[in-house]
Design a protein around this ligand. Structure first.
Ligand code: ZN
Length: 444
């Protein structure tokens, strides 16, 4: 029997006349979603088995319907910095919620709020608010945390980038790591873990990913314990040699943080961390190639560097913004932490009175457009780098970043337009979270 009662919010939505990214291609196909479960339906199942008829049919006029975008490295946005505690936890969470509601409008439906190297007191204050949203599946909350990314403080003082040197540390035992981040912010050890390569199911403790330099202190001998807690270990801000990088992979590292930036540069006699991408597809499991983050903002990396990395290891490339709190704010001059001022012009941030780069505030869809143009990636490949691939890296295959039935109905409708400077670009026309439309560019 067809559904007769209709909720104020339509329950079953059928998208039609749309193109879905499948593998490296865009395929014309309908998609059915359910706002009650917040998940994608199997179309034949919806129609024949449950005898459902859609409460609404959305004709996308040939546009692209893709999974919601995932950013695994975002330091803040809309004036809010995840690494800066507020006067009260309530004040902090208020700011965080505002970021989530704004961020979702850019097409980012889930992300890892990223905390830069800080004193332990900062982690103890901010991390409890940054954990995965878990069972709180509320579309109106906007973008959802998949857990915090702690970048540092166990990093190389010589590869600190803009991290403050005075807060950097070296870990010798796992207790040093617990003491720094706080015991409650680290998932408990899982008894079901076999070896370091397969992380246990996602835990609800705040930390999801740690960026650390394997060669600093005794970090190398702690990687296995970190991974056994269900935390992704990412090599970054590191002076590691190629051999140290390989050793870290053997211990369970599966990710590289912002490839090329803040690491030993590629050298033909020692290819460094970049060399890890040179492993063959068919190496032993121990030396499987890592996933790697790339900041395609036009500031951090030369387009050709991105192209070389992509050609070396296509299925590992994850686009990240690494954007900071000025992301999403209008162009202008802003106060900075140490009394200096920053000029924001588009994605580019410079210190006032100089040309010195102070960071980036590109959005993830801008990075997708840059990457597609520079690396010669197909549209579907560029979309995979912010959906399917980060989800797989996080162990959320088939839950996020996917259009398979049962996956969360976090979706973006992408239009295509011609930018006078950049040429053909994708635009975020609509955003859906848990099966509910939360943004429509036409209604703004
Ligand atoms: Zn960094």
């Amino acid at each position: 029997m067809p559904a007769t009662t209709r909720d104020p919010a339509p329950r079953i939505t059928k998208f039609t006349n749309c193109r879905l990214p499948r593998g490296n291609q865009l395929v014309e196909q309908d998609l059915w979603i359910d706002s009650r479960s917040g998940r994608i339906l199997k179309d034949q199942e919806a129609f024949y088995e449950f005898q459902l008829s859609p409460d609404q049919v959305v004709d996308l006029g040939g546009r692209i319907l893709a999974p919601g975008l995932i950013d695994v490295q975002l330091n803040g946005a809309y004036g809010f910095d995840f690494s800066v505690p507020q006067s009260t936890p309530e004040e902090y969470e208020k700011g965080l919620h505002e970021v989530n509601r704004e961020l979702v409008r850019t097409g980012v439906t889930s992300y890892l709020p990223t905390v830069v190297s800080s004193n332990p007191e900062v982690y103890w204050k901010v991390l409890p608010s940054l954990g995965p949203s878990g069972d709180h599946r509320r579309a109106e909350d906007g973008a959802e945390s998949l857990g915090a990314h702690v970048e540092g403080p166990f990093i190389s003082p010589g590869r600190n980038g803009v991290h403050k040197v005075e807060v950097l540390r070296a870990a010798h035992t796992f207790q040093d790591i617990i003491d720094c981040y706080g015991a409650d912010n680290i998932p408990p050890r899982s008894e079901q873990t076999y070896g370091a390569i397969t992380p246990p199911p996602a835990a609800t403790s705040p930390i999801k990913m740690i960026t650390a330099a394997p060669e600093v202190g005794d970090m190398m001998s702690n990687i296995r314990e970190i991974v056994s807690r269900g935390i992704i270990y990412s090599i970054g801000h590191s002076d590691a040699t190629y051999e140290q990088g390989l050793a870290a992979l053997d211990e369970g590292a599966t990710m590289v943080t912002h490839l090329f930036n803040a690491m030993r540069p590629f050298y033909h006699r020692n290819p460094g961390i970049f060399g890890l991408l040179g492993q063959s597809e068919y190496e032993t499991e121990q030396h499987s190639r890592p996933y790697y983050g790339v900041i395609a903002d036009g500031i951090h990396l030369h387009p050709t560097s991105i192209k070389i990395a992509f050609n070396a290891h296509r299925s590992g490339l994850i686009l990240v913004t690494d954007a900071m709190k000025l992301c999403g704010l209008p162009d202008g001059v802003y106060e900075w932490t140490n009394g200096e001022r920053i000029v924001k012009r588009g994605a580019r941030l410079t210190l006032e009175g100089s040309d010195k780069i102070a960071g980036s505030s590109a959005t993830l869809i801008e990075c997708v457009n840059n990457f597609r143009r520079w690396a010669g990636a197909t549209t579907a490949e560029a979309i995979r780098a912010v959906t399917e691939i980060p989800a797989r890296m996080l162990g959320l295959d088939g839950v996020k970043g996917s259009l398979d039935s049962g996956a969360d109905a976090d979706l973006v409708v992408l239009g295509e337009t011609d930018d006078p400077d950049a040429g053909p670009i994708l635009t975020v026309d609509q955003v859906w979270k848990f099966g509910v439309k939360v943004y429509d560019a036409e209604k703004e």
